[in-house]
Write a protein that binds this ligand. Sequence first.
Ligand code: HSE
Length: 434
Amino acid sequence: MKIVKVGMIGFGTIGAGVAKILVDNGEIIRKRLGARLELVKVADLDITTDRGIELATGVLTTSADEVINHPDIDVLIELIGGYNPARKFLLQAIEQGKHIVTANKALLAKHGDEIFSAVTEKGLSIGFEASIGGAIPIIRSVREAFVANRIQSIEGIVNGTANYILSKMSDEKCDFNTALKEAQEKGFAEADPTFDIEGMDSAHKIAVLTRLAYGTLVPFDDIIVSGISGITSEDIECAREFGYRIKLLAISKYDGQAIDIRVHPAMIPVAHPMANVNGVLNAIRVCDDMMDENILIGHGAGALPTGSAVVGDVVEIARNILTGVGERLPAGSFQENEVKKIPLKDISEIESEYFLRFSVLDKPGVLSKISGILGKHSISIESMIQRGRGKGGEGVPLVMMCHKSSENNIQSALNEIEELNAVCEKPNLIRVER
Ligand code: HSE
């Protein structure tokens, strides 16, 4: 029986999922691959916590070098996440001639070019299906299934933790912290959950997808990112009354000239196919010149869904090793010499419909002042809700949906409105996506 030897750095939630899949589903993998995958070394700083997986004696080590320099290991799985030391470990492993499988979207978003070049130079393979959308085969779709298509946009719900929190707040009227705590307990959240909540994790993912979709270098720090911590139960309820759901969306649109890439909470109509993608589920919509839209929905986080994407990549690489064909796919989807620098669109250049929330004093003339300023900036109100009468100078919520206008106009209007004496807090906006 042929054996492909695998090493792993990082034995946390996903690492334990990978080990479990290799043990529990080893037989089905063997039947499909025609060889056995053997986990020969696993490195983690913590080798005492019980993960509920029996590894053979001597497999666990605290030394990443033992995995990187192990002469028999063909494929190295990196699951420690973050920029460093993950970057150093991967570059060392590539130098040692190991094929790579990683779930590290942060690293690929910032240092993908360096890693992809190193892999290509050595004629090795890299699998990173698990880095985006957990079990959803989005990388495979973009790199292989849609290879003949000109992609025009990729957008979606790519953070399970944020989606879990928003869904829970919406469906169970649960508060933000209770929902976050549960997401963390279930192992969905990143080590630092602010990455999930404040949109950074989604930004990492959309940066990687943008590179694969359009063959461009993405200056990660230029991506517009805002998260869900400012979303209130009031926003969720008003969105519902207007016929929308609030989702944290990662958006990347290419019009042939520039890329509009951003991450922010967005209102999507209830009839939108992603409006009812709830809990830890992710959804990614790809539009291109061959199809209106193609939406992939699946488990975006968690040990077994993400672990299965990791093992799927290992099997794919093992097939190359066993047949001796070498890597057929360019790591970053485009040939290295075809990767270009496409400019990013400034947020002020976009157009959108907007949901606006103000906290205002409930007294005569306030609404006309606000609508006057909006009108002056060519912003037309579509519908509006004002709740309750505030007691003794306390603000009351005034929310409105506005027809399509430019971001530039909206921002200028909001700056002016914020200066009004009757406006108690900084106004909040949520963009509408359809
Ligand atoms: N923390 C991520 C999420 C895990 O919640 O989606 C997968 O990247």
